[in-house]
Structure formats: structure tokens, C-alpha cells
Design a binder for this molecule. Sequence first.
Ligand code: AMP
Length: 109
Amino acid sequence: MFCQIAAGTVPASKVFEDDQVVAFSDLRPVAPTHILVVPRRHVPSLAEAAEEDWPDIVRALQVARQLGREGGLSDGYRLVQNVGPDGGQTVGHLHWHLLGGRSMTWPPG
Ligand code: AMP
């Protein structure tokens, strides 16, 4: 699904894209800002990332920071990556959730 969004064959509300990363609004936002930051390269999860995937992972983190800055999240934000079933991952394509616009609680559920 996220490969298809990256390719433009499934619509999404994109807020950023370059040759390595796309970012778009989550369909079911859990915070005023809820953006998914997704490497284009198909990697199922962080646990399955290979050596050659790291440049895309670093790029995704750079994009997340840039979107946090540009999105006015100067009081902070949360960057979440769910890994595998126990981590709560439901979509098998590496991604980060950029959550902001409200105060976050800890620990997560
Ligand atoms: P995770 O549970 O960490 O794998 O996160 C998957 C996220 O993808 C969830 O927050 C979903 O709401 C979101 N999601 C699933 N399908 C789409 C879609 N087509 N467009 C935007 N967000 C989606």
C-alpha cells in the first residue's frame, strides 16, 4: 500500500516527496499533526532493514525533522516507529509517525 502511495497509484495527502522519501497525512490521525514518513524503497520493518537501507532511513529522519520544523512544532513532537506485531505495526512497509500539536503522554499504550 505505501509502495503504491509512493508511486502515486493510490492517492494520499502528500506533504513531502523526493527521490528517497515520501510523507503524507495519516488516514486516521491521533494528533493534530499526524504525518507518515516513508522511505520509497520497500523494507518491511526496521527489524528487516539491510545494510543498503540505512541511507534511506537516515534520509527519512532528516525529512521528519524538517517537517517538524516547517510544521511549527517548536514545542516538540513525537517520532514513533512501530516494529512488528508486538510493536503495534499494522502496515508492513517501514515508516515513522510524526505526531505533534498536543502534549504527549508516557508510557505509550
Ligand atoms: P502502523 O500501525 O505503525 O503500521 O501504522 C500504519 C498507519 O498507516 C496507521 O496509522 C494507519 O492509519 C495508516 N494508514 C493505513 N493506510 C493508509 C493510507 N492509505 N493512507 C494514509 N494512512 C494510512
